[in-house]
Write a protein that binds this ligand. Structure first.
Ligand code: UDP
Length: 319
C-alpha cells in the first residue's frame, strides 16, 4: 500500500485530496494545526484503518513514523482575510513548512507536490497567464505574505529538485470552489452565498469589472492526481479557463439562490488582481487534463452543501 502525507489535510482542498487518495487505496496521513482547517472535514475518514490524523504545525519539525511515498504540501491560510489576519503564520508555513516537508522527503525518499497558486502572478500584465510569466507581485503589500511565501516555496522546491535530485511537482492552483469551503472565509463564492442565505445584500468590491475563473474542486483534484503521477517537475497551472467578471458572478448567485437581495458596492481591497485566467495548454498537453464540471453544475452542488449546513454556521464571524 502506498503511503502519502497530506499537510493541510483538514482544509478545503486537503480534505478532498484525502478522500481521493483513500479512494485510490493509499494509506493517508493527514496533518493539520487546525488554524484554518476544520476537523469535521475528515471525520468520515476516522473509522478507516488506512487513515491517520496528526494534529501538528508543519512549521515545526515534522516526524512521521514508517515509510512515505508521497508528500503533498497543502497547509496554508489561503483566503485574503485569513492571510491578512495571520500574516506571520502564512509566511512560516510557506517557508519553514516546505523546508520541513522537503527535508522529510529526502529522509523518506518521497516525491513532493506543493500547492502553489495563481497569486504568484500577482496582478498580471499578461493575460491569460502561462507558466512562463514571472508575475507582477507587490512584496510589501497586504497580499505579499501569501504571494511571496508561495514564490519562495516554488524556489525552495526547485532547489531541492536541482541540487538534491528530489522528485518534486508544483501545481499553480487558480480560484477553486466546492463543498467544505468555509462559509466565513471571505472569498467571493462563500461570501455571496452566505449573504444570500442570511438575506443580506451581496458585497461587490470595486466596480465588479475584475475577473476570476472558477474551477470546481473535483476537476482540480483530478489535475493534481495526474500531476503527482507524471514525471514533470516544472510548475503546471490547474484551473478552469472560463472567465467571468465579479459583477456577473454576483448575478449568477442571485439567480441560483433566488434571493431578492441586491448588490452593494464596497471599496476594492489593496492589490486586488484585475483579471485572472489560467492558460492550461501545459496541463492539456502533459496531463491530458481539462476541467469537466460546468460552473452551473458546480455551483448547484456547492449551494446545496451550504444550504444544508447547521444554521449557526451562517452567523459565525470569520474569527
Ligand atoms: N470579492 C467581492 N466581494 C466579496 C469578496 C470578494 O467582490 O464579498 C471580490 C474580490 O475583491 C476579488 C474577487 O471577488 O476581486 C475574488 O476574491 P477572492 O477573495 O474570492 O479570491 P482572490 O482571487 O482575490 O484571491
Amino acid at each position: 500500500m502506498k503511503r502519502i502525507l497530506i499537510t493541510g489535510g483538514a482544509g478545503f482542498l486537503g480534505s478532498h485530496l484525502c478522500d481521493r487518495f483513500i479512494k485510490e487505496g493509499y494509506h493517508v496521513i493527514a496533518m493539520d494545526n487546525l488554524i484554518t482547517g476544520d476537523i469535521r472535514n475528515l471525520e468520515h475518514l476516522f473509522p478507516l484503518s488506512n487513515f491517520e490524523f496528526h494534529h501538528h504545525d508543519v512549521s515545526q519539525f515534522i516526524h512521521v513514523a514508517g515509510e512515505l511515498d508521497y508528500i503533498l504540501h497543502f497547509a496554508s491560510p489561503a483566503s485574503p482575510i485569513d492571510y491578512l489576519k495571520i500574516p506571520i503564520q502564512t509566511l512560516k508555513v510557506g517557508s519553514l513548512g516546505i523546508h520541513n516537508c522537503l527535508g522529510l522527503a529526502r529522509v523518506k525518499n518521497a516525491r513532493v507536490l506543493i500547492a502553489s497558486t495563481s497569486e504568484v502572478y500577482g496582478d498580471p500584465t499578461v493575460h491569460p497567464q502561462p507558466e512562463e510569466y514571472w508575475g507582477n507581485v507587490n512584496p510589501v503589500g497586504p497580499r505579499g505574505v501569501y504571494d511571496e511565501a508561495k514564490r519562495f516555496q516554488e524556489a525552495m522546491t526547485m532547489a531541492y529538485h536541482t541540487y538534491h535530485g528530489l522528485e518534486t511537482r508544483i501545481v499553480r492552483i487558480f480560484n477553486t470552489y466546492g463543498p467544505r469551503m468555509r462559509l466565513n472565509d471571505g472569498r467571493v463564492l462563500p461570501a455571496f452565498i452566505g449573504q444570500a442565505l442570511r438575506g443580506e445584500d451581496l458585497t461587490i468590491f470595486g466596480d465588479g469589472s475584475q475577473t476570476r475563473s472558477f474551477c470546481y474542486v473535483d476537476d482540480l483534484v483530478e489535475g493534481i492526481y495526474r500531476l503527482l503521477l507524471s514525471d514533470y517537475p516544472s510548475p503546471v497551472n490547474i484551473g478552469n479557463p472560463v472567465e467571468i467578471t465579479i459583477k456577473e458572478f454576483a448575478e449568477e448567485i442571485i439567480k441560483l439562490t433566488g434571493t431578492s437581495q441586491q448588490v452593494v458596492y464596497k471599496p476594492l481591497p489593496t492589490d486586488d488582481p484585475k483579471q485572472r485566467q489560467p492558460n492550461i495548454s501545459k496541463a492539456k498537453a502533459i496531463l491530458d487534463w481539462e476541467p469537466k464540471v460546468s460552473r452551473a453544475e458546480g455551483l448547484r452542488i456547492t449551494y446545496d452543501y451550504f444550504k444544508n449546513l447547521p444554521e449557526e454556521e451562517l452567523y459565525k464571524a470569520a474569527y
